[in-house]
Design a protein around this ligand. Structure first.
Ligand SMILES: *[C@@H]1O[C@H](CO)[C@@H](O)[C@H](O)[C@H]1NC(C)=O
Ligand SMILES: *[C@@H]1O[C@H](CO)[C@@H](O)[C@H](O)[C@H]1NC(C)=O
Ligand SMILES: *[C@@H]1O[C@H](CO)[C@@H](O)[C@H](O)[C@H]1NC(C)=O
Ligand SMILES: *[C@@H]1O[C@H](CO)[C@@H](O)[C@H](O)[C@H]1NC(C)=O
Ligand SMILES: *[C@@H]1O[C@H](CO)[C@@H](O)[C@H](O)[C@H]1NC(C)=O
Length: 225
């Protein structure tokens, strides 16, 4: 009869292999997680690129999966998270819609798409970008109303939307953006009164509504009168 019971040596080997396997998983897990996250950033940006027109071929060969997304033109990654933190595609001759993919750049701090030909509505997925501190979408052809969900972006200091074709009224939810220092809504098709809640923004230094530059104190005194 063949003895199929494991010998003591087999047991020791088995335990050793098991410990080795656990160690491998523990070492590789955080690495593969952070890689897949930066890979997410890359794939979202490539999908965004594929849906817009790149009139001057700025992104065409540069945004390629053969080089790290952190070395692409217009992109910076943070040292802390190793994720895309800055997207600056200002004045690059880009045309198209701002696609929902950008809402998955989870560690984005600064978004500057100023001076292009982006049109259409802002996708609600951008409300997921809770680390944003700077949003400059000025000098484009964006339309629809200024989204209510901007109120969810509490860290934003600069919200610059001038020279677009936004319509309707200023949403009172902008008053939730308690760190706002500059709010530029100038040269749009916005109508109606300034919501009185805007006066609650303690840090606001510059506010342009429709065509006029108004400082907060003037705003408040206008409101009071
Ligand atoms: C992409 O552009 C950046 C910034 O201009 C440059 O440093 C980098 O070498 C370019 N990469 C490729 C693959 O062309
Ligand atoms: C966005 O980019 C434009 C063009 O490079 C620059 O002039 C502007 O200051 C930037 N916006 C902010 C808020 O820094
Ligand atoms: C963003 O990420 C989520 C979760 O991974 C995914 O379900 C969704 O399809 C992504 N959005 C886009 C526009 O790719
Ligand atoms: C703004 O804050 C109010 C209360 O402070 C809350 O009810 C509302 O849901 C917030 N809106 C957004 C868009 O965050
Ligand atoms: C911004 O809009 C105003 C009013 O429509 C216009 O006079 C100005 O030329 C625009 N600026 C640019 C750079 O397009």
């Amino acid at each position: 009869m063949i003895d199929i019971r494991p010998t003591l040596m087999d047991n020791i080997k088995f335990h050793f292999l098991w410990i080795l396997l656990i160690q491998c998983v523990m070492i590789s897990l955080p690495m593969s997680m952070s890689m897949s996250n930066l890979t997410t950033d890359q794939s979202m940006l490539l999908k965004f690129k594929n849906q817009i027109l790149d009139l001057h071929d700025v992104l065409a060969s540069n945004w390629s999966s053969t080089s790290s997304v952190c070395h692409w033109v217009g992109i910076s990654c943070s040292a802390r998270h190793g994720r895309v933190s800055i997207l600056d595609l200002s004045e690059m001759g880009l045309k198209g819609a701002i696609t929902p993919h950008l809402g998955n750049l989870s560690f984005l701090v600064s978004l500057n798409l100023s001076g292009n030909n982006f049109h259409g509505y802002l996708p609600k997925e951008l409300a997921k970008l809770r680390h944003l501190e700077l949003v400059d979408l000025s000098y484009n052809a964006l339309n629809g109303e200024i989204p209510l969900w901007f109120g969810a972006l509490h860290k934003v200091k600069y919200l610059i939307l001038n020279n677009n074709t936004f319509t309707e009224t200023i949403p009172p939810t902008l008053a939730n953006m308690s760190n706002l220092e500059t709010l530029d809504l100038g040269y749009n098709l916005i109508q109606g009164k300034i919501p009185y809640e805007i006066g609650d923004l303690q840090k606001l230094k510059m506010f342009r509504e429709v065509y006029h530059l108004i400082c907060v104190t003037v705003c408040l005194s206008l409101r009071a009168s």
